[in-house]
Design a protein around this ligand. Sequence first.
Ligand code: Z5A
Length: 229
Amino acid sequence: MSDSSQISTKSGLIWRTSRPPHGLFLCLDGPDGAGKSTQAARLCQQLRSDGLQVLAVRDPGGTPLGDRLRSLLLDRDSVESCPRAEMLMFMASRAQLLAEQVMPALEAGTCVVTDRFLLSTLVYQGTAGGIDPAEIWRVGHAATAGLMPNLTLLLDVSREAAKNRMERTRDRIESRPESYQDAVRQGFRSSILDFPAPIRQINADLDPETVFAHILTEVRHVMAEHSRT
Ligand code: Z5A
């Protein structure tokens, strides 16, 4: 990776960011039921019709190793893992996704849209799961070599709206108690105060068209900036 710079977060952490080469790296993140998958698909469709090459990925998963780790992490009948092992499996899946898919695509100038990234680990395993965020940042840096999205769109959803949207069977992490899910929502909200990369909060309680319009405004803005650099 080429150009890099150092950013200190409010909690005193130093994150060495690597600029993604050529392609634009976009992330949709937030609590389950926020509408990330719906909006990621729409965004990819829009960018493709704008004439861009687009790669859509999901984290965890997206590679043979990542898909196996995803099953270990999320299947309801999976084996037990302690919080640290769980965090490391999410990171291993992410490292493989970057090596196999994301970095080659960005090098080739492709726009990459990811459904979740490192912020999810900070919130699910950190804020809600009890692992010190400083440790997650350190392991995260090792897993990503400092690569962060050019823009993270944080879809903020209320407990009520999310509940109404989650009619399908819940995975292992979605089955955790309401208090865990509340800590996740709170963790995402406070993360924007101390995030060492561009992040925008989007009200995801609104109808899908309005949410998408807000997302597109933010993406157009970062695309314009990206094309100037
Ligand atoms: N996890 C973790 O713990 N640590 C990590 O580091 C990472 C992940 C990366 C897998 O995530 C789990 O792993 C996740 C966090 C954890 N589990 N939990 N909890 P995932 O991304 O694969 O699964 P998910 O987030 O649970 O997906 P989801 O429930 O499908 O949520 P979504 O993608 O945000 O929503 P959606 O599929 O786009 O929409 C759900 C439904 O709502 C669907 O019927 C839509 O038509 C509807 N929808 C969407 N938008 C709207 C609006 N605006 N209004 C009304 N209805 C809507």
